[in-house]
Design a protein around this ligand. Structure first.
Ligand SMILES: [Zn+2]
Length: 274
């Protein structure tokens, strides 16, 4: 009798303790627009990354419904060597894409989680020990020229060749975490540029020490590589579509970012840490 009595008292005690000491923290979910191959974002404008010289500037301007000056301006007058240029799009072009159902996916994301840097990837190698040493990141197999997405808001701290990582991008986030995206075909941004989560930062590829097309994704804190999967939604499950953008947006009054860069592409109007 006395044993049963004791259990009856202790069990509610455990339940109470778990409620008290392991509360479920909830964050307001964010609507994140995920750039796709038709609509991409850069410096507060919508448009598309194209290979530099693929078409004459006036042709691109006409196709996208903007002026050649607008294209020059958002690409900093093509200062430095740039293999990719961003062509902003006019409202008519944008609305046309929305009417064709080509608006971007919009997902609800817990702001404390990183966005998967590739849509619908496959694992080819996970973080941890593998033959020949330690694998510092997550390999996400995907077709060449898949859009690589910034996993969180931040500032670009590397964009270009980086040894075995080939054409790589690094982004420093407000919480001190740095994410890396390796083996790309083309990288879009300059060091010092601000990015938003879901923004296209590169086309994926197979550059550097790589045995097949994939994105090598790394998460570092104080330069120590962590398991990226600890920062993302569990497994390869990605947040579902909340809606696809389909409402015409008036960006005639969007202010362009007027960041200042030196010759090496480093931003000079804000301190950038390495
Ligand atoms: Zn890898």
């Amino acid at each position: 009798m006395s044993v049963l009595f004791a259990v009856a008292v202790v069990v509610p005690g455990i339940v109470m303790a778990s409620e008290t000491y392991a509360p479920e923290f909830k964050a307001d979910l964010l609507d994140v627009h995920i750039d796709n191959k038709y609509i991409q974002s850069h410096r507060g404008r919508l448009g598309r990354w194209v290979r530099s010289g693929s078409e004459p500037l006036p042709v691109l301007a006409r196709k996208f419904g903007v002026s050649t000056d607008e294209i020059r301006e958002i690409n900093d007058q093509f200062a430095g060597v740039r293999s990719m240029i961003f062509v902003p799009m006019g409202l008519e072009k944008y609305n046309g894409l929305l009417n064709e159902g080509k608006g971007r996916r919009v997902v609800k994301l817990d702001p404390r989680r990183l966005l998967w840097p590739v849509e619908n990837p496959a694992y080819s190698s996970r973080y941890g020990i593998r033959r020949g040493g330690n694998h510092n990141g997550l390999d996400l197999a995907c077709a060449p020229n898949t859009i690589v997405l910034a996993a969180n808001d931040g500032v670009v701290t590397h964009s270009g060749w980086f040894g075995a990582l080939g054409q790589a991008v690094a982004i420093r986030h407000p919480d001190g975490i740095v994410t890396w995206y390796g083996h790309n075909t083309s990288v879009f941004l300059k060091i010092g540029e601000e990015v938003r989560r879901g923004q296209a930062v590169a086309f994926s590829g197979n550059t550097g020490r790589s045995t097949g097309p994939h994105v090598h994704f790394e998460v570092r804190y104080q330069n120590i590589a962590m398991n990226p999967e600890d920062f993302m939604e569990a497994g390869l499950v990605q947040p579902g579509v909340v809606f696809r953008e389909s409402t015409p947006m008036d960006f005639s009054n969007v202010e362009h970012e007027s960041a200042m860069f030196d010759e090496s592409g480093r931003r000079t109007d804000a301190p950038i840490e390495n």
